[in-house]
Design a protein around this ligand. Structure first.
Ligand code: NAG
Ligand code: NAG
Ligand code: NAG
Ligand code: NAG
Ligand code: NAG
Ligand code: NAG
Ligand code: NAG
Ligand code: NAG
Ligand code: NAG
Ligand code: NAG
Ligand code: NAG
Ligand code: NAG
Length: 382
């Protein structure tokens, strides 16, 4: 079978009068990937592994992307951590050959060669989100960071290379992602119920993450909860695998939570709801699955809550609750101090077709370092 595939590939190449080069030679000869080629030279074992890979897509950061990375705090971290560098590089290798034309305006979630459990607990490999936005082939990675293809479809012996304008960000764990996104009520609630380590170490999860307004809107119902009741509520937001990326969510689908009770997906006129809460930012990739930010807290004692057929916003699942003056559970929780500047608004504009509800995906490789170093250093507008 393999022989047959290679024969066909060889025939196709010779029909066009070209000989495909191996990965190393292809990167070295392309004037946009010489920096990546230089970086890889320090990892001969990794290069040999990639050389023998077949049917893959390499997202190759451009010279400018590599230079920006090496100049950043993330670059300093990488230079002292070869294991992390290898993880970042393998996250750029997608399983399967995807020519640029195969990436449509519907999100797909493509597994990568990153499977090391030090960095991911997504079965089958951590994923990237691929989507074409206003003609730009775009890949979303951790913390909703994105990269665009600047040179598509460079063929090599193992598949195809797309040169991209940013280094992908490794998805970080749930609590660091929530902290970076200023979901401080959720961070505080997880801490108060001692669930941080439990949630972060699960495999293949889908987390529906209420934003601060969602907690604040039902503050009276949360005021005097026992730790047990709070934990029960939070566990109702965490769904067991397989990972529920937006492309997998269908109207009427039931999802089993780690607490045991199930949630129901409702899709009304293209808007996705979970019970009666609306998904306001879908598909934030995390080290163990995916986070969808929602506009209401889900109630395990009200599993039949649903949106009306004309709903454009979510509605509370806690009847009779009233709002409070400040975001619950945020006392002592550090708010992110730095807002990532630059790129955000322009990227948000171009990414608007990803989802009308999407806040501001950003282009920067620097954010990942802050999140890896510890939560709260940096702000991501989800
Ligand atoms: C890749 O190419 C560089 C020069 O372009 C060379 O120094 C290196 O040995 C090659 N690595 C492998 C594994 O072939
Ligand atoms: C890179 O090579 C292409 C042709 O392969 C050429 O058109 C382009 O100007 C080169 N860019 C740089 C920065 O040298
Ligand atoms: C990287 O840093 C060097 C020296 O500080 C600077 O000259 C260069 O413009 C920077 N490159 C990028 C892409 O930020
Ligand atoms: C996974 O990553 C860790 C930390 O970088 C490293 O020590 C280990 O060798 C890696 N495991 C594999 C199978 O590559
Ligand atoms: C290439 O990989 C994709 C994704 O894993 C798979 O669906 C496809 O069958 C593979 N193609 C070949 C020729 O092996
Ligand atoms: C994956 O799960 C294992 C076992 O629970 C844990 O030790 C590891 O830290 C997790 N990896 C990540 C990236 O969260
Ligand atoms: C790359 O390969 C694909 C299919 O394998 C082929 O359609 C395309 O023409 C090739 N591109 C170049 C520039 O050779
Ligand atoms: C984070 O959320 C808190 C509380 O909701 C708010 O006061 C603060 O302004 C937010 N921080 C940023 C950087 O938006
Ligand atoms: C939570 O989401 C709702 C709906 O998009 C929005 O109106 C509200 O401002 C968000 N709250 C925060 C703190 O981001
Ligand atoms: C569905 O949404 C579109 C635009 O998002 C709107 O124009 C239309 O009125 C909506 N239809 C219903 C039945 O709500
Ligand atoms: C849910 O219902 C149970 C049983 O009636 C009760 O013990 C628990 O406090 C309720 N939880 C919440 C959050 O209202
Ligand atoms: C496509 O990406 C390029 C390079 O990142 C950028 O300059 C351009 O504005 C993008 N176009 C759209 C329509 O988003």
């Amino acid at each position: 079978m393999l022989f047959k595939i290679f024969s066909v590939a060889a025939l196709a190449a010779s029909a066009f009068g070209q000989k495909l080069m191996d990965l190393n030679a292809t990167l070295a000869s392309n004037n946009q990937t010489s920096a990546l080629s230089g970086l890889l030279a320090a990892y001969p074992d990794l290069v040999r592994g990639l050389e023998s890979a077949r049917n893959v897509t390499l997202l190759a950061p451009s010279n400018n992307a590599i230079e920006t990375l090496l100049n950043s705090s993330m670059g300093k971290l990488l230079s002292s951590d070869p294991g992390l560098t290898q993880a970042v590089l393998t996250y750029h290798v997608l399983k399967g050959t995807y020519e640029a034309s195969a990436i449509t305006n519907m999100s797909t979630f493509i597994p990568t060669m990153l499977t090391n459990t030090t960095y991911t607990n997504v079965t089958g490999g951590q994923v990237v989100e691929a989507i074409t936005i206003s003609g730009n082939v775009t890949f979303f990675s951790g913390l909703n960071m994105n990269a665009s293809v600047v040179q598509p479809d460079v063929n090599f012996t193992g598949g195809v290379i797309h040169v991209i304008d940013n280094v992908l960000t490794l998805p970080v764990n749930d609590s660091a992602t929530a902290a970076a996104a200023n979901l401080t009520s959720l961070v505080g609630a997880l801490g108060a119920s001692k669930l941080v380590d439990t949630v972060d170490s699960l495999r293949d999860v889908t987390i529906f993450a209420p934003n601060n307004t969602a907690f604040q809107d039902i503050g009276s119902a949360l005021a005097n909860l026992s730790t047990n009741d709070l934990a029960t509520i939070l566990e109702y937001h965490v769904v067991k695998g397989p990972v529920g990326y937006s492309s997998k969510l269908k109207n009427g689908m039931k999802l089993d939570t780690v607490g045991g009770k199930s949630l129901t997906i409702h899709i009304e006129n293209g808007t996705v709801f979970v019970n009666s809460a609306k998904v306001v930012t879908p598909d934030v990739l995390v080290s163990n699955g995916v986070v969808h930010v929602i506009d209401n807290v889900l109630n395990p004692n009200n599993t039949s809550a649903a949106p009306s057929s004309s709903a454009t916003a979510g509605s509370p699942g806690f009847s009779g609750a009233s709002s409070v003056s400040s975001a619950p559970f945020t006392s002592g929780v550090a708010s992110p101090t730095t807002t990532v500047a630059g790129g955000a608004s322009s990227a948000a504009a171009s990414a608007s077709s990803k989802s009308s509800a999407l806040g501001a995906p950003m282009k920067t490789g620097a954010v990942g370092a802050a999140a890896l170093f510890g939560a709260g250093a940096v702000m991501v507008n989800l």
